[in-house]
Write a protein that binds this ligand. Structure first.
Ligand SMILES: [Zn+2]
Length: 165
């Protein structure tokens, strides 16, 4: 129940940024379901920043691959998530730079990454904003759907209609 856990965690951590890696299941081309959102930066954030620990993230991703049974076409590292307690649920300029750097670090094995920003508003409603970053330097907006507490990400441009963006 990722949505419930996010809401509870965001409430508990208040003004501190938290985050981790996203592991997803591909449902269709450009359509994903979030299988796991790790809580790597749970204790490391400050009010406006977080530090991503590359080594820890790699370990978590490997463990998730193992748990998924080694079917990387279907289950794979999808990207990153973090909270924006003090900013809108949308990637900041620094966030975008971080994502392009991450893509560069992944080499040719990864040609896109999703960044999801989560936020609780003053009525404790969860907001989720997401963008997909492509190794080509383009970025695409993503549609988020919450169904029975599952989070689905729809990145239309990945299924070949990138020209329309
Ligand atoms: Zn951010």
């Amino acid at each position: 129940m990722i949505v419930e856990r996010w809401a509870a965690d965001l409430k508990r951590t208040g003004a501190k940024e938290i985050g981790g890696v996203l592991f997803g299941e591909q449902i269709d081309e450009g359509d994903f379901r979030i299988v796991e959102a790790t809580r790597q930066r749970f204790w490391g954030g400050t009010a406006t920043t977080f530090k991503r620990r590359g080594g820890g993230a790699r370990k978590e991703i490997l463990a998730l691959h193992e748990k998924a049974g080694g079917d990387p076409e279907r289950f794979n590292y999808l990207g990153e998530w973090h909270s924006h307690p003090n900013a809108p649920a949308w990637p900041s300029l620094q966030d975008e730079i971080t994502m392009y750097n991450l893509l560069a670090d992944q080499g040719e094995a990864v040609n896109f990454l999703v960044l999801m920003i989560v936020k609780l508003d003053e009525r404790e409603q969860l907001h989720i904003g997401a963008r997909t970053y492509l190794a080509s330097g383009h970025k695409l907006p993503c549609k988020i759907e919450i169904e029975d507490f599952a989070v689905k990400v729809e990145c239309g441009g990945l299924s070949g209609d990138e020209e329309k963006e």
